[in-house]
Design a protein around this ligand. Structure first.
Ligand code: IMP
Ligand code: MG
Length: 180
């Protein structure tokens, strides 16, 4: 199936950008912070980012949250379902919330609201990818890896029907090559 996916962002480009992002994040975040990575899509990005953060001196704690959001036309009509919750108490904590891609913004908007509701002190947001022009919420990410065109992308954690997450690059599935 690999041959049917064209490369949009190469492994080398991702590596370089993740290194830069880690430096930006380490410069802005306080010494003690908790990373909350949204599963499943952000697991590869999060794994690389935390090691890049280590190299620039950051020592974050890490937790994972599995959610899905069903956004409708407005934020207020969207809802968040928590499938697997974090283990840490976020009350009073500095949080770095990580996701793979920011599109409408519903997922991150509702995840951030939930963490605020639980008493998080500050929430910064980092995403690997952003599709400009698709936003349906006021939410902006503090750290963005790449702006990409409005195409469905896979790889580096992102899926199509739960396939292609293992690709080491970000690619576009060519028409007719969708998994069965
Ligand atoms: P949002 O809530 O509309 O911002 O959508 C974000 C979520 O939709 C991400 O966490 C992804 O799981 C998924 N998503 C959006 N665009 C893509 C894509 O191009 N490829 C794979 N997943 C995507
Ligand atoms: Mg996702």
């Amino acid at each position: 199936m690999n041959a049917a996916v064209s490369i949009l962002i190469s492994e080398a480009e991702i590596r370089e950008r993740v290194t830069q992002l880690a430096a930006d994040i380490a410069a802005k975040m306080p010494p003690d912070f908790l990373i909350i990575a949204l599963l499943r899509g952000s697991f590869v990005f999060a794994a690389d980012l935390i090691r890049a953060l280590h190299r620039v001196g950051a020592r974050p704690q890490v937790d994972f949250l599995t959610v899905s959001s069903y956004g409708k036309d407005t934020v207020s009509s969207g809802t968040l379902t928590v499938h697997r919750d974090i283990s840490e108490d976020v009350k009073g904590r500095e949080i770095l919330l990580i996701d793979d891609i920011l599109e409408s913004g519903f997922t991150l908007y509702h995840a951030r609201e939930e963490l605020r509701r639980r008493g998080a002190k500050n929430i910064h947001i980092a995403v690997l990818l952003e599709k400009p022009g698709k936003r349906k919420t006021e939410l902006n990410a503090d750290f963005v890896g790449f702006g990409i065109p409005d195409k469905f992308v896979v790889g580096y954690g992102l899926d199509y029907a739960n396939y292609y997450r293992e690709l080491p690059f970000i690619g576009v599935v060519e028409r007719g090559a969708e998994p069965a």
